[in-house]
Design a protein around this ligand. Structure first.
Ligand code: ZN
Ligand code: ZN
Length: 140
């Protein structure tokens, strides 16, 4: 554990303005720091959590500061996937349940709304798409 702490600390750089402690090691494609610990590739925030609390997080480790590379334990908190949506890029399903209009601005109301598998479909767009497909089939 002390070995890990030492190795982890070597990667850290403190930002004076924000109190964020930035992980300078390798990052994954989502921008989160990666470090090997106990023979496994771990997320830097999880390692920071472990070193602070002596236990691995049971949920997601999220940032109060919204800085993905930050591993300051004071900026980290445990949360659920839905909290995580605030922290990371909004995912489609979340957006799906909140939207009141389709991508092209038709309202999801009355006969224009087609509920399907918890998602919402726009009848106008669907019809247009079908017409387009029909048209493409005719010209090809
Ligand atoms: Zn921070
Ligand atoms: Zn539409």
């Amino acid at each position: 554990m002390e070995m890990l702490r030492k190795r982890f600390n070597e990667y850290l750089e403190k930002s004076n303005e924000t109190e964020c402690i930035l992980f300078q090691g390798p990052v994954n494609r989502d921008g989160y720091g990666q470090i090997s610990a106990f023979g496994k590739q771990r997320t830097a925030t999880h390692v920071a959590w472990f070193l602070e609390h002596n236990v691995w997080p049971t949920k997601f480790v999220l940032h109060r500061c919204n800085v993905k590379r930050c591993v300051n334990p004071a900026h980290l908190y445990e949360g659920t996937q839905s909290d995580n949506v605030l922290d990371t890029v909004k995912d489609d399903i979340h957006w799906e349940s909140r939207k009141t209009h389709c991508k092209r601005g038709h309202p999801f109301a009355g006969t224009n709304l087609i509920p399907r598998n918890g998602k919402r479909e726009c009848r106008k767009c669907k019809n247009e798409l079908q017409n387009k497909r029909y048209f493409l089939r005719r010209i090809s």
